[in-house]
Design a protein around this ligand. Structure first.
Ligand code: NAP
Length: 526
């Protein structure tokens, strides 16, 4: 197959991965703005555009009446305003969650399971509205946003089923007059802090297992993307989940975070976001010795060996790099290619990236939306400039997109070295840096040379090598010949400074359970 045909085929595959169809034109900005506004108006009319927090089942404003604007990252237009809450509202939400815990935790697993299943059904029934909200406030292409709804809802479905499987143990006793039991019980009120890049899925993979175990939650979504969280909370009420079980506050992040980590009534903090904030929350939670789960930043290596199937490697690398315009913690951050295939890969990859259509997430065929805000674009610019100043070459892009503001051109850099900023930290944008290696040992060394350890990818057709390298990588997740690996049935989480604990899968339940040992003594069993 020629490189050009391979690139076109790969591009089609990537569009399918993003659930999006290629289209040659980007939208005019005035047209974008009108579309987004009419969609927001429709969502408002149908009750999906909520603009209050949820405390104890009541839609609530900030006590001092302050608000924050929620803006469409593609246009900069204000979608709506939500309350700018702080410690007082959070303490009331904690008190509501604490009250609700006593009855929710006593419901049978089957009852909790039914409520969660109903919630899942409602999310799926309203996938279009939830997807539109995600595109409006976060920017990702609509089909990718609807894909997030399906992915996010899958955690609610999966944990609705797991609710019925929280088994204890009976331990053979060392003494004849005793019987030893292990019970698993819900940990209590859970403080849930989530980022903007997956406005729904980062919530559901925490709240699904928490509610399944019998816990209640206070959710703090990012102030940049609170609308999807609020719509999901409204659906939780419609599903029959009792008031107080799910609470949502947003606004002043550090005040809300402080209230959650210091409250003795909150027994668990679960956080997805930056490593810096995660460390702060972990330190804060030490004061009341809470359970803590952290899903933090990554610096994913994507290692392509000479023996890789080039088509598979191109498809997988494009998918992992350019999903959500490069704004995921598992996006390939360093594409490390063996010298024998380097030039060929760089050329075919650049051709494929060139075909990614950039535009407003509501535009037809758009595969790359805006970045979340101008600060994100400035960060990408500074990383690219640092790389260029240290010898990297721009094969494609390397600058802001003509659409302006929050749009950045899909970019490919070659001659990237390990000491460049782009190799050391997450770029969190549509920039693919290509590094070169000679031996397998060297590739493993480069891949592991980071404090992060979330996701890694390898592409090879050698089975022994795939096992050997997967075992040597210091990462919580390894994709072999696959760039999109997240699923509700598999454990998601990192080694090293990428976090603590696992989300999804049967392991995800353990994070919300206490183990209680019961010793039944002084019994005459004869
Ligand atoms: P962030 O700044 O850490 O924000 C994450 C959440 O923490 C937001 O809700 C934010 O609120 C809140 N927050 C900020 N400062 C806080 C404080 N002092 N106390 C309590 N909460 C605070 O991260 P981000 O830039 O939004 O998200 C991107 C990061 O998330 C990347 O590093 C990415 O790798 C990571 N991530 C990790 C995973 C994973 O599973 N490992 C998944 C997705 C993303 P406001 O937004 O309202 O300020």
């Amino acid at each position: 197959m020629t490189l050009a045909r391979m690139a076109v085929r790969t591009c089609n595959l990537i569009h399918r991965s993003f659930a999006s169809i290629p289209h040659s034109n980007t939208l005019h900005s005035r047209q974008i703005s009108m579309d987004a506004q009419s969609i927001a108006a429709q969502l408002n009319n149908s009750g999906f555009l909520r603009n209050q927090g949820l405390v104890g089942g009541k839609w609530t404003d900030a006590y001092d009446g302050k608000t924050i604007k929620v803006c469409n990252p593609a246009t900069g237009e204000v979608i709506t305003k939500v309350p700018c809450m702080g410690g007082r509202e959070t303490n009331d939400a904690i008190a509501s969650a604490y009250d609700a815990f006593s009855s929710w935790s006593k419901r049978t697993a089957a009852e909790r399971s039914k409520c969660l299943r109903k919630w899942y059904d409602l999310m799926i029934a309203h996938r279009d509205e939830l997807g539109q909200l995600i595109t409006l406030e976060q920017g990702k292409p609509l089909k990718e946003a609807i894909g997030e709804v399906i992915y996010g809802a899958s955690f609610i479905e999966f944990f609705a089923e797991e609710a019925k499987r929280v088994y204890g143990d009976i331990i053979p006793s060392t003494l004849a007059d005793r019987r030893l039991f292990v019970l698993k019980q819900p940990v209590g009120v859970v403080g849930t802090i989530t980022p903007w890049n997956f406005p729904l899925a980062m919530i559901t993979r925490k709240v699904g297992p928490a509610l399944a175990c019998g816990c209640t939650v206070v959710i703090k979504p990012s102030e940049l993307t609170p609308l999807t969280a609020l719509a999901a909370a409204e659906l939780s009420l419609q599903a029959g989940i009792p008031p107080g079980v799910v609470n949502v506050v947003m606004g002043n992040a550090s005040d809300i975070g402080d209230a959650l980590v210091t409250s003795p009534q909150v027994r668990k903090i679960t956080f997805t976001g930056s490593t810096a904030v995660g460390k702060k929350l972990m330190a804060g939670a030490a004061g009341t010795v809470k359970k803590v789960s952290l899903e933090l930043g990554g610096n994913a290596p994507c290692v392509i060996f000479d023996d890789a199937d080039l088509d598979v490697a191109l498809k997988g690398t494009l998918a992992t790099k350019f999903r959500n315009s490069g704004q995921t913690c598992v996006c390939a951050n360093r594409i490390i290619v063996q010298e024998g295939i380097y030039e060929k890969f760089a050329s075919a990859f650049t051709n494929a990236v060139q075909n990614l259509n950039v535009g407003d997430g509501f535009g037809e065929g758009v595969a790359q939306g805006p970045l979340i805000n101008e600060a994100a674009v400035q960060k990408v610019e500074s990383f690219v400039q640092d790389a260029i100043s240290k010898g990297a070459k721009v094969l494609l892009g390397g600058k802001r997109h003509d659409l302006g503001r929050t749009f950045y051109e899909p970019t490919v850099l070659t001659d990237v070295k390990s000491d460049m900023l782009i190799s050391r930290e997450e770029v969190f944008g549509p920039v693919a840096p290509l590094l070169q290696f000679r031996t397998e040992e060297e590739a493993i060394g480069i891949a592991n040379d980071t404090n992060a350890g979330l996701a890694a990818y390898i592409f090879t057709t050698n089975v022994q090598r795939s096992w050997r390298v997967a075992e040597a990588l210091e990462y919580g997740i390894v994709g072999v010949n696959e760039g999109l690996v997240s699923t509700e049935v598999a454990p998601f989480g990192g080694f090293k400074q990428s976090g603590l604990g696992r989300e999804g899968s049967k392991y995800g339940m353990d994070e919300y359970l206490e183990i209680k040992y019961v010793c039944l003594g002084n019994m005459n069993f004869n």
